[in-house]
Design a binder for this molecule. Sequence first.
Ligand code: TYD
Length: 156
Amino acid sequence: MSNSDAVRMTVDDCAVLQLPRIDRAQGNISVVESERHVPFALQRVYYLYDVPGGQERGGHAHRTLEQLIISCLGAFDVVLDDGNRRRTVTLNRSYYGLHLRPGIWREIVNFSSGATCLVLASQPYEESDYIRRRDEFLRFKQGGQDDVRHRSGLIA
Ligand code: TYD
């Protein structure tokens, strides 16, 4: 995935995938196999939990990272924004995953009490893959001007 793909990515490129379910009277299982149930190779798993009421997460975009976001417990809303349009996806079932693409600004809001957000990611943690400033994101989406000096804070 190159920078120019991330520049062109829109909120409509973020699909909600239905994951396999093995339903039994004694409880259910859902499963995600790398490159089979998600369209990328998995390299990292992390999860958000103990989110205080009213707290919001996210507020950034990624340059190349692909992610699958699952609500393992409870519910939350993922607000997607491509710099042009916004779309809100509610996740409240363990057998749905939102495929979050690079070049999409995301905020995760309205966490229910005890909600647990599982994230499967295509790469290890790398701070340089983040776009954390909104103005930098909008510049990036307006033609891929992605000056490394902005990233390093050398120019405003
Ligand atoms: P961040 O991705 O900004 O959190 P969120 O989008 O959920 O609000 O990460 C918060 C902090 O955690 C940041 O300092 C980086 C650190 N972090 C890691 O060290 N490794 C990871 O895999 C992740 C996701 C975050």
